[in-house]
Write a protein that binds this ligand. Structure first.
Ligand SMILES: Nc1ncnc2c1ncn2[C@@H]1O[C@H](COP(=O)(O)OP(=O)(O)OP(=O)(O)O)[C@@H](O)[C@H]1O
Length: 624
């Protein structure tokens, strides 16, 4: 029995097992209830620690393993005033349910998300014209089963759908066809058009979807009136919900719902539980929600792995025989191998996984490597480097990493390519604004030719250290004129949203000398921003207006989610570390469009690939 929690908390903090915030939370419980059982405080400190790691809750099993001396957690937790069961005291800060301990806010968000999804799954029925429209939009000569067609059908038949798939599997293609289909059915017989909104968790992801949606809509085989009724503009979720200064709450909520009939959210793996709860709350009850994303990518930075939870059974399908028969009747596709009559939950009938990548064919090392990583097959992952030319294992020493980042390898570019481009394409003196903007756009595009990714920000192998080495290497080669302050060629990334400038956390800009409008030249940072019609526009920003930015020769894998680069290099630290996970490596590899370079030992690759993260959550249990 532990008599004094204060000693335990101080010691755990001193030993680095918990953080100051965890101790503060445990102390706060004593303020609430001076007679609180010290064991409850210890449990609370561990719970707070787990939330910091991205979990929604803490299984009591975890507490038993960590603190076997405390005895049975169920008995001391259920005896405490600060812990309630779901129907207990709503003022209690902790909730215990199904062998999990929650902070009330997360418990409430999780329960709300589950309930909102459940309600939405039952809204809408398949339209009688669905089969004919699907046959028109999806050519019969596709690969079978045509998962795009199946995904589209499942999404069209209810108010809630999840479409997961790796890079290039056709998530955008499918959703554009889905929108064409829904709009065609809505406009039929003089009906009114659906209000459709598209969103993504970050500005970068929104911009990328924007470009691909516009291209896909142009190719869509539908009536021009339908085409017009599909928006090209993609907004960020924060924008859509309406942020309010200094508040976690959004302008749109249950009392002030969004004005829309269909909401599509791309890159949904980046949505944390709190954001998902806010989004579902702001959605009108009969609006459709379609989530798109890659279930195997890293989860959100904040707590929760909502897409991962929803797609936990997507590989095996778990379709009910009734779904199988319906898919056969409406799509002419056979999903028998993915049908499991004994274990088919309602949620499973709303999830579709696209399984064939058009970007990465059988000759693609990136595709083979990503698949091996996902299967946790380190041997196959290693052999991909021997079998394919587009993936290369580079030397992971600091000097070699900086050299690769600058010079690239063979045809795969490094930063020299982009700096040379800026120099070569510099507009002549007196060039008009359009020419300068085109140069800015080209510089951003050239910058996207290469990106070095790191696992962490700090440490000798982190972003800050790599940034410094690369900048020095560029200076030594005469490619930039300084390594600190503002200089031409400096790429920067926003680390906070800046609504006044219309720039979002994660947006990347490139510093350039441009005409200052008074006959001189000035350093400005070129960003690609969306204009009001969903098109892309180049905005030049005065460097001093950028309050929260970082140089971005190196970027964390987390920050790179939602972006792609022609050549991506991933540098991993040489020693085993908790940040090295399968999801991290998969996300890094799949940022590459044409070339991928791994800057790590194969032992570290093997170590990371074995470590699949599992975030504790009760969401799936609530939905099954
Ligand atoms: N059914 C199809 N028929 C022909 N081409 C297709 C089909 N589906 C996808 N493609 C092509 O494959 C490429 C990738 O498709 P898409 O952009 O829809 O995939 P995605 O899953 O959204 O990719 P990303 O990883 O970029 O999010 C595109 O060039 C697209 O035109």
């Amino acid at each position: 029995m532990i008599a004094d929690s204060a000693v335990w908390l101080d010691q755990a903090l001193a030993e680095g097992r918990i953080a100051a915030v965890d101790r503060a939370f445990a102390r706060f419980l004593r303020e609430l209830d001076p007679g609180v059982d010290p064991r409850v405080q210890i449990a609370a400190a561990w719970l707070s620690h787990e939330l910091g790691e991205g979990h929604i809750c803490m299984p009591l099993e975890t507490l038993r393993e960590r603190e076997p001396d405390l005895g049975d957690p169920i008995s001391f937790l259920s005896a405490s005033k600060v812990v309630a069961d779901p129907s207990g005291d709503p003022a209690a800060p902790l909730v215990m349910e199904h062998g999990m301990l929650y902070m009330r806010r997360f418990w409430r968000d999780e329960a709300r998300v589950a309930q909102a999804i459940q309600e939405r799954m039952g809204v809408h029925e398949a339209d009688a014209g669905l089969g004919a429209e699907l046959a028109r939009l999806f050519p019969a000569d596709a690969l079978h089963p045509d998962w795009q067609k199946i995904a589209c059908a499942l999404a069209a038949r209810s108010g809630f759908a999840v479409i997961t798939g790796g890079p290039g599997t056709g998530k955008t293609t499918t959703v554009v066809r889905l929108l064409g289909l829904l709009q065609t059915l809505a406009l039929r017989d003089g009906g009114s058009r659906l209000r459709i909104r598209l969103a993504a968790p970050t500005g970068k992801a929104a911009a990328r979807l924007n470009a691909s949606i516009a291209a896909q809509v142009a190719q869509l085989q539908v009536d021009p009136s339908v085409k017009q009724a599909i928006p090209a503009e993609v907004t960020t979720l924060h924008r859509l919900l309406g942020t309010r200064p200094d508040s976690r709450a959004f302008r749109h909520n249950a009392e002030n719902p969004l004005h829309l009939d269909v909401l599509v959210i791309d890159e949904a793996s980046m949505i944390d539980l709190e954001m998902m709860a806010a989004t579902l709350e702001a959605l009108p009850p009969d609006a459709r929600l379609v989530l798109l994303g890659d279930k195997d990518q890293l989860s959100s930075v904040e707590a929760g792995a909502v897409l991962g939870d929803l797609c936990a059974r997507a590989d095996a399908g778990h379709y009910a025989p009734s779904t199988r028969d319906w898919v056969q009747a409406v799509c002419g596709e056979d999903v028998t191998p993915w049908t499991n009559g004994d274990d088919a939950a309602a949620l499973d009938q709303h999830v579709a996984m696209l399984r064939f990548s058009r970007r990465f064919g059988s000759d693609s090392g990136i595709g083979a490597l990503a698949a091996a990583i996902n299967e946790g097959d380190a041997t196959r992952a290693r052999s991909a480097f021997d079998m394919f030319d587009d993936v290369v294992l580079g030397t992971p020493t600091p000097t070699a990493i900086a050299k690769l980042a600058i010079e690239g390898r063979d045809d795969a570019p490094g930063y020299r390519h982009y700096l040379d481009w800026i120099e070569r394409e510099r507009p002549p003196v007196g060039a008009d604004d359009a020419a300068v903007a085109a140069w800015g756009r080209g510089a951003l595009r050239a910058y996207a030719g290469f990106q070095l990714l790191c696992a962490t920000r700090l440490g000798d192998h982190g972003v800050l250290a790599q940034n410094a080495r690369i900048a020095q290497g560029l200076l030594d080669r005469g490619l930039i004129e300084a390594t600190g302050g503002w200089y031409e060629g400096r790429p920067v990334m926003l680390t906070r949203n800046d609504y006044a400038l219309g720039l979002m956390n994660g947006d990347v800009g490139v510093t350039l000398w441009v005409p200052d409008g008074q006959g001189g030249m000035a350093l400005r940072v070129a960003f690609a921003v969306m204009d009001e019609h969903g098109g892309e526009r180049i905005r030049f920003v005065v460097p001093s207006r950028l309050a929260a930015i970082e140089t971005v020769y190196a970027m964390t894998v987390h920050k790179a989610q939602g972006s792609e680069f022609e050549h991506t290099a991933l540098a991993l630290p040489p020693d085993a570390s908790p940040v090295l996970t399968r999801e991290l490596v998969y996300t890094g590899v799949t940022r590459a469009r044409r070339w991928f370079t791994l800057l790590a030992g194969t032992d570290i690759l093997g170590y990371a690939v074995q470590r699949k993260t599992k975030r504790a959550s009760g969401l799936l249990r609530r939905l099954l």
